[in-house]
Design a protein around this ligand. Structure first.
Ligand code: C2E
Ligand code: CA
Ligand code: CA
Length: 572
């Protein structure tokens, strides 16, 4: 609705008190008279702009002079839209302080219109958000680049590989993917300190940079492995490149803190798209070729030969798919329960359900051994459907139990699955409120709008939604806001060894601040040691999960105490 004011051009004292009440401590309120272009400021404006006197920005013109020229057009557009369409405006931009440094501010407000419909005043609140922006930058750096070498991380590398494969298919210009493993790293780790192995890894990265074309993409694919995407590389050119890399690495010893060390690498290569139509397959096949190269005695390269390997994979996949299909039919898919505990007390808050396949001879197969194959072979919806039914039955049978179930990407956007959730839960808020659905971050980001819709339906039913493997993808503040989930589960790779890793501590600290600003509950997974548990607790994570507190088991305790009274009760 439009705010129409009669014949006043500025806010009076009661309005100003109300505005001050609206803004939190530290916020700055402004009242901009558009008729005579004067701005009245309330709150610590001098601090925000490093000014001696707010009089220096007492007009719209002088204020705009303080806005970063890159951001000004965006604010003007937002304002113009606001004048036209009446919704309150909301934008973020940088303002320059007296010392020349820019600060990020969040600006939201509302215009006031004359009875004739003319905008005559603008009142709003500025909030400084520099630390949030810095956090966002740290987060996006960690999501894209490897901290040690500055190269792309595995996620980003895979994305570059996907693009290269798509390009190769479209233009018929083949490329290659190389998995470059540093030889004998396990031995080095035993003999040298961490700095020395780090020095070696960094130097190998530099040598790759130097001997490859600028158009080739290099990333850190694992602790002792680089990945290289070679664009426009015919299959018969691969060995020329691998020979060059082997020679450049072998040629000189690597200078390290411990002294000069001779280093070699082994390489597994695959040509795409012919031998690997997807990034996932290209990486898997190059890495399997790398293992062959290592077995062959190091300092050599093996190019993946499609025929045998593909057939082998295909057979293995078919066998697994057949086993899972039989298990589905015969009721041999069951749930294992892993506790998620309150940090500090270690009391169980809830259990995560992890699917298990019981073989005919009674042994238990973990999810990791068949879920990836099942996802490829198109069976995952049936598995997730079964897990949903088992989970709901268990919730129905055990009144205090709170459970989390996992769903795959294909399921997350599957209307049949969604409908069955709705049918089962719409009249059972008592069950819905005890069910958490875990969606992995990478899946959620794949189609953010669709995922946001699904999250909204699940939350309307009364379920809670967790973003699993958080940190492994590219989530930003914007995504988190759009997704509106309840819980983030910090990916195990940031949790393991957190007690000794300042990188992981920094990352988790950043995630925690982010989570607090959205009132989200945080869970750290893969907590394996007492030291890591203490470190996470000290950082302020509220819930912990991992082998240290309990492995997944086919039975569970009965009681759980995850606060059920509303979304934010557990966050604070
Ligand atoms: P996830 O959801 O991230 O589950 C955690 C995995 O880590 C589980 O493996 C669990 O056994 C293991 N884990 C738990 N604590 C620790 C720890 O302290 N250290 C280490 N190193 N590992 C720990 P699992 O059960 O083999 O599951 C693997 C993945 O399979 C899961 O990852 C999840 O993405 C998927 N999955 C499991 N159950 C289902 C399901 O019902 N449906 C779907 N779609 N996916 C499932
Ligand atoms: Ca999970
Ligand atoms: Ca996880």
């Amino acid at each position: 609705m439009r705010h129409v004011v009669e014949d006043r051009n500025s806010i009076d004292d009661s309005e100003s008190a109300a505005l001050q009440g609206l803004s939190a401590a530290g916020d700055v309120v402004y009242d901009w008279n558009l008729l005579d272009d004067t701005i009245r400021w309330i709150g610590p404006v001098e601090g925000l702009f490093d000014l001696a006197d707010a009089g220096e920005i007492a007009s719209g013109d002088t204020y705009h002079g303080r806005i970063n020229p890159e951001d000004l057009p965006q604010r003007l557009t937002v304002l113009a839209n606001h004048f036209a369409c009446e919704r309150p405006y909301d934008c973020e931009y940088r303002v320059r302080g007296q010392n020349g440094h820019f600060r990020w501010v969040h600006d939201r407000g509302q215009a006031h219109f004359s009875p004739a419909g003319r905008a005559i005043r603008l009142t709003g609140v500025l909030r400084e958000m520099t630390s949030r922006k810095v956090d966002e930058q740290i987060l996006s750096y960690a999501a894209n680049f490897d901290e040690l070498t500055g190269h792309y991380n595995r996620t980003r590398l895979r994305e570059a590989l996907e693009h290269a494969i798509a390009y190769a298919m479209r233009y018929g210009a083949p490329g290659a993917y190389l998995a470059v493993g540093i030889d004998q790293v396990a031995l080095m780790t035993d003999s040298f300190d961490r700095r020395t192995t780090d020095d070696i890894i960094i130097e190998i990265g530099h040598r790759l940079d130097r001997c490859l074309r600028v158009s080739d993409v290099i990333g850190r694919a694992g602790s002792d492995q680089f990945g290289v995407v070679l664009t426009q590389c015919e299959p018969d050119e691969i060995s020329r490149v691998t020979e060059k890399i082997l020679a450049v690495v072998r040629e000189f010893t690597v200078p390290t803190a411990t002294g000069a060390i001779p280093v070699t690498v082994s390489i597994g290569a695959v040509s795409f798209p012919a031998s690997a139509p997807t990034a996932h397959e290209a990486m898997g096949r190059a890495e399997s070729a790398l293992r062959d190269a290592t077995r062959a005695g190091h300092d050599c390269a093996v190019v993946y030969q499609p025929s045998e390997g593909q057939q082998r994979d295909h057979h293995v996949f078919m066998d697994i798919a057949r086993d899972v299909q039989a298990a589905l039919k015969e009721g041999r898919l069951v749930l294992a329960y892993q506790p998620v505990v309150h940090a500090g007390t270690s009391d169980v808050a809830y259990y995560e359900c992890l699917v298990r396949m019981l073989t005919e001879d009674g042994s238990v197969v973990p999810a990791a051994a068949f879920i990836p194959v099942v996802e490829k072979m198109g069976l995952i919806r049936a598995v997730d459907q079964q897990v949903l039914e088992l989970g709901i039955a268990e919730l129905d049978a055990v009144p205090d139990l709170v459970l989390a179930i996992n769903i795959s990407g294909a399921t997350a956007t599957d209307r049949i699955w969604m409908r069955s959730v709705v049918v089962r839960l719409r009249d059972r808020p008592d069950l819905a409120s005890r069910l958490i659905i875990e969606i992995t971050e990478t899946v959620a980001l794949h189609d953010i709008d669709e995922t946001a819709r699904i999250v909204a339906v699940l939350r309307d039913l009364g379920c809670r939604v967790a973003l699993d493997d958080f940190g492994a993808g590219y989530t930003s503040f914007r995504h988190l806001k759009a997704l509106d989930v309840d819980i983030i589960k910090i990916d195990g790779s940031f949790v393991q060894d957190v007690a000794n890793s300042s990188d992981n501590q920094l990352f988790i600290g950043t995630i925690l601040r982010l989570a607090r600003s959205f009132n989200l509950m945080t869970v750290a997974e893969c907590v394996e040691t007492e030291a890591d548990a203490r470190a996470l607790e000290a950082q302020g994570i509220l819930y912990l999960q991992g082998y240290h507190f309990g492995r997944p088991a086919l039975t569970h305790g009965r009681s759980a105490s995850l606060s059920l009274t509303g979304r934010h009760a557990a966050a604070s």
